[in-house]
Design a protein around this ligand. Structure first.
Ligand SMILES: C[S@@+](CC[C@H](N)C(=O)[O-])C[C@H]1O[C@@H](n2cnc3c(N)ncnc32)[C@H](O)[C@@H]1O
Length: 273
């Protein structure tokens, strides 16, 4: 199936009309249909996270862009004091319901990741599942990292997990479809815009309520670009891995995991566990 190409003209018109930025509408009720992640996978991701972060039980963790709270809830279940932060009221509602069901206490906070107000409050901040690079301007993305540094205690730890640009750029374009547990169908087209250096996704959700379209666009930072941004704000990178399964980082790795420590220069950056 081929969708008509959507080029810069169409995007330009949208902005001129003052359309809401994509990330304000993309992460609504349909998002959890588009990305169904099972509990087992989340638990395995948190296993990897625990090994990398090496925190004491009770440590304070901020899940930045926590979405439906899957990592926040699992971390709380394992004894950490977790705050989940997100812009989507829909996903935060789901997260609060999930925490209640799991009988764990998580503080869920609504806000924009560019405007973090926390000061030296956390032992660790996590940013999972490609939740960085959403804004049109790079300074806005940098603003997020500055907020992370402020939110961390001295020597606080930062873990970012995202797609790996090198393999993604090679794999795309891709089109696919899947049927959800509730019978909904999601059609998806992912492309890599080499001129803008962004991963673009277009998704059509079809269910009993009708047909809806969602578009997203994430800046596909290279590893050196990310390292440069982390260095500037005072988050030296200690480890680069190919996933929370602790696999070594390679250009062909599907995922990229960055582990940084506030204000602490490493002797060298390790790309294997
Ligand atoms: C790809 S989802 C990841 C959710 C979650 N971390 C996970 O692993 O399932 C990205 C999340 O970023 C949130 N988000 C998008 N723009 C945001 C913003 N400006 N400020 C805070 N959160 C934002 C979305 O609402 C969404 O929950």
């Amino acid at each position: 199936m081929a969708w008509p190409a959507h080029g810069p003209r169409e995007r330009g018109r949208n902005l001129a009309r003052g359309a809401r930025p994509w990330w304000e509408s993309f992460f609504g009720p349909d998002y959890l249909k588009q990305y169904e992640v099972d509990l087992e996978r989340t638990a395995a991701e948190v296993d990897g996270m625990e090994q990398i972060l090496h925190l004491r039980r009770g440590a304070r963790v901020l899940d930045l862009a926590c979405g439906g709270g899957r990592h926040a809830i699992e971390l709380a279940r394992r004894g950490y004091a977790v705050t989940g932060f997100d812009l989507s009221e829909d996903l935060l509602r789901r997260a609060r319901e999930g925490a209640k069901r799991a009988k764990v206490k998580v503080s869920f906070v609504h806000g924009d990741m560019r405007e973090l107000r926390f000061r030296a409050a956390f032992d660790a901040v996590i940013n999972m599942f490609s939740s960085f690079g959403y804004f049109e301007s790079e300074p806005d993305d940098r603003q997020v990292l500055k907020g992370v540094v402020r939110a961390l205690k001295p020597r606080g730890k930062f873990l970012m997990e995202r797609f790996n640009r090198e393999s993604l750029a090679y794999e795309l374009p891709l089109q696919g479809w899947r049927v959800g547990e509730d019978g909904s169908v999601v059609l998806q087209e992912d492309t890599f815009d080499v001129l803008r250096g962004r991963y673009d996704t277009r998704q059509i959700v079809i269910d009993r309520e009708g047909t809806r379209e969602h578009r997203g666009s994430v800046r596909a930072y290279t590893l050196p670009e990310l390292k440069g941004m982390f260095d500037v704000v005072g988050l030296p990178i200690h480890r680069v891995l190919g996933g929370l399964d602790l696999s070594p980082y390679r250009a062909r790795s599907r995922r990229l995991v960055l582990f940084a420590v506030k204000g602490l220069e490493p002797e060298s950056i390790r790309t294997v566990w």
